[in-house]
Design a protein around this ligand. Structure first.
Ligand code: MN
Length: 233
C-alpha cells in the first residue's frame, strides 16, 4: 500500500445544466485570435487561408464555477475579461476528420478567459511563452454545460455586460474557425479525451475589470456565467 505525502488535488468538474451530474474535466484549451475584430484590436490581422489556429492551455486547477468570487490577481494593472463559447468533449479522438469532428461534442457552456493583458503583451513583445499572462489562478470561469451531443453549434448571440454596462456583443457565427474545424485541427496535435474543454475565442470589446466588478455573460441557447472580482491579492 502506498500513502500520498499530501492530499491529492480534487479533480476539476463542471456543472451540467438541469442535472445532478458533474462533468470531470481533463484539459483546458484556448484558441487565440479567432475573431477578426478582436485580432484587429490586438494589432494583428488573421488570414484564414494562410494559416491555422493556435492554442494555449490553462491548468484545470484554475477553473472556477459560475457565481464564484475570483481574486484580482497579483502582478497586473490591466486584468481583462474575454467572453467565450466553450465546447466540452464527451468522446475522444486523434486526427479526427473534419466531417466527423462534431461527433466528439458533449455540449456547450459560457466561459470567461480572464487575462493579465499587460503581462501578456509584454511577453508577446519579447517572444516569451504566454503562461504568466494567461495561466492565471482562478482565470477560467465556466457556467453549467448544456448537453448537445454531436451538435456543431455555429450561431448564437454572445454578450458580456460588466455591472450594467455592455462591453462585448457579437455572434459566434463570426468566429474565424468554426467548432468542427477547431476540433479536427486540435486533434492533429493531441489525443483528445472526454472532458477536454475548448474555449473557442473571444469577440472584440475586451477590457479591464476592477475589484467588486461583476461580469455576467450570456450565449443565446447555451446559458450564462457570472463572476465577481474580489479584492486584489
Ligand atoms: Mn481568449
Amino acid at each position: 500500500m502506498t500513502i500520498d505525502l499530501w492530499p491529492a488535488p480534487e479533480p476539476a468538474t463542471l456543472a451540467v445544466r438541469d442535472s445532478e451530474h458533474r462533468l470531470p474535466v481533463y484539459r483546458l484549451f484556448f484558441v487565440g485570435r479567432n475573431h477578426p475584430a478582436h485580432a484587429r484590436e490586438m494589432g494583428v490581422t488573421v488570414d484564414k487561408a494562410q494559416g491555422r489556429p493556435f492554442y494555449f492551455t490553462k491548468s484545470p486547477v484554475h477553473l472556477i464555477g459560475s457565481g464564484a468570487t475570483g481574486a484580482y490577481p497579483s502582478e497586473t494593472e490591466d486584468f481583462h475579461h474575454e467572453v467565450e463559447r466553450v465546447v466540452v468533449l464527451g468522446r475522444g479522438g486523434h486526427r479526427v476528420p473534419l466531417a466527423l469532428a462534431h461527433e466528439l461534442i458533449y455540449g456547450y457552456a459560457v466561459g470567461l478567459d480572464m487575462t493579465r493583458r499587460d503581462v501578456r503583451l509584454r511577453l508577446r513583445e519579447r517572444g516569451h511563452p504566454w503562461c504568466l499572462g494567461k495561466d492565471v489562478e482562478g482565470s477560467a470561469i465556466c457556467g453549467a454545460v448544456a448537453p448537445m451531443p454531436g451538435v456543431a453549434l455555429e450561431r448564437g448571440a454572445i454578450t458580456l455586460p460588466v455591472n450594467d454596462s455592455e462591453r462585448q456583443r457579437a455572434d459566434i457565427a463570426d468566429l474565424i474557425w468554426n467548432v468542427r474545424e477547431l476540433i479536427a485541427d486540435l486533434s492533429r496535435y493531441y489525443h483528445l479525451q472526454p472532458g477536454d474543454v475548448i474555449h473557442t475565442g473571444t469577440p472584440e470589446g475586451v477590457g479591464a475589470v476592477r475589484p467588486s466588478d461583476r461580469p455576467h455573460a450570456t450565449i443565446d441557447g447555451v446559458g450564462t456565467v457570472d463572476l465577481t472580482i474580489g479584492p486584489a491579492v
